[in-house]
Write a protein that binds this ligand. Structure first.
Ligand SMILES: [Zn+2]
Length: 121
């Protein structure tokens, strides 16, 4: 969750979650703070469960659009495109081979799903 109190942003994470999940949560909430600050002055934004919302679909609601933006922000923060582009340009990385994908996800401390999402662009 994230909220703003007396002008100061406060982000809360569940300490029982996997560290990668906590990193993603913090990045996601930072996204809300950077992109949707006006919403946070009047309410506490609580994210209970992250849906895999990265791409806009026809069925996306207004709330979904905000979550998609925060997810994109988090993905870019944790896995900057310039690093991914570099990696793909300078190696024979096979995105369909699960082993190097897993290694790389560990290195970046993100989920395999997120790495795959970023790599497939
Ligand atoms: Zn959110």
């Amino acid at each position: 969750m994230v909220y703003v109190k007396d002008g100061a942003p406060i982000i809360g994470v569940n300490a029982l979650h996997h560290p990668n999940r906590q990193r993603f949560t913090i990045a996601h909430e930072l996204g809300h703070y950077m992109l949707h600050r006006e919403l946070l002055s009047s309410e506490v934004h609580v994210d209970k469960q992250f849906k895999i919302l990265m791409r806009d679909t026809n069925s996306s609601t207004g709330t979904d659009a905000i979550e998609i933006e925060a997810n994109k922000f988090a993905a870019e923060l944790l896995l900057p495109s310039f690093l991914i582009d570099d990696l793909l340009a300078n190696s024979t990385f096979d995105i369909d081979d699960p082993e190097p994908l897993e290694k790389l996800a560990k290195k970046f401390r993100v989920s395999k799903q997120m790495l795959e999402y970023k790599m497939r662009g």
